[in-house]
Design a protein. Structure first.
Length: 106
């Protein structure tokens, strides 16, 4: 991603490519306020692989790469997202990861 366009929100930064694609994990975190947007994205893409043709990995310099999605793919994610926010397995995974982070930093 050649110098991503970054929108800084309270929930954290949301990165966009210059052609308008958005970082999937950033966008999920921003609209859901979920602590673990990674867990939601992993489950979403596993259960709905039809989203993946609308995604691509984009280089973010020294930090590796992020998955970005086009507008059609984001629309698909947006429609599916509510069921994942209510999924206790995803939320338990998020709680476990938050607990691990707290233990590691404590």
């Amino acid at each position: 991603m050649k110098e991503a366009v970054v929108l800084n929100l309270v929930e954290g930064p949301v990165r966009f490519t210059h052609d308008g694609q958005v970082s999937v994990v950033d966008a999920i975190r921003a609209v859901s306020m979920a602590d673990d947007s990674d867990a939601i994205w992993k489950k979403l893409k596993r259960e709905h692989p039809e989203i993946l043709p609308h995604c691509r990995n984009e280089s973010v310099g020294e930090n590796g790469s992020v998955m970005v999605v086009n507008s059609k793919g984001w629309e698909m994610i947006w429609l599916l997202l509510p069921e994942y926010l209510l999924d206790p397995d995803v939320m338990q995974s998020a709680e476990r990861q938050e607990s691990n982070r707290a233990a590691a930093s404590g």
